[in-house]
Design a protein around this ligand. Sequence first.
Ligand SMILES: [Zn+2]
Length: 125
Amino acid sequence: MNERWRRPLAVTAVEPDPAGTFTAGDRVYSNADVTLADEGEYQRLREGYVCANCLEPHEVPFPKACSLCGFPIREQQSERLQQAFKGEKWVGPRTSNSDEFQRLDELNARAARSGIVLPYGGRGR
Ligand SMILES: [Zn+2]
């Protein structure tokens, strides 16, 4: 793990892709949306240092085939990336810290005003 190229791709999130379910034989497989940590990690894919199929890093860019999964990186990497790239999205809190603190203050204030409590199983009588 000394060489930089060996560093695994920094992935922030992996989520199932609801549109990406397929069956092969009698098994159901699910595609996944992988959210990368930053633009630099996507750059490693674009420059052919990381397999677009299984995310295995490689020392020499665009090898003929991935050493792990056999994906033909030299021939199909660019095409695969074009198909797979879904654009950018915000990862993390959707509001700034001050907005979040204000939201929590309002929540607490509302909770302090409310005084109606229902016991478990106390509905529908
Ligand atoms: Zn691979």
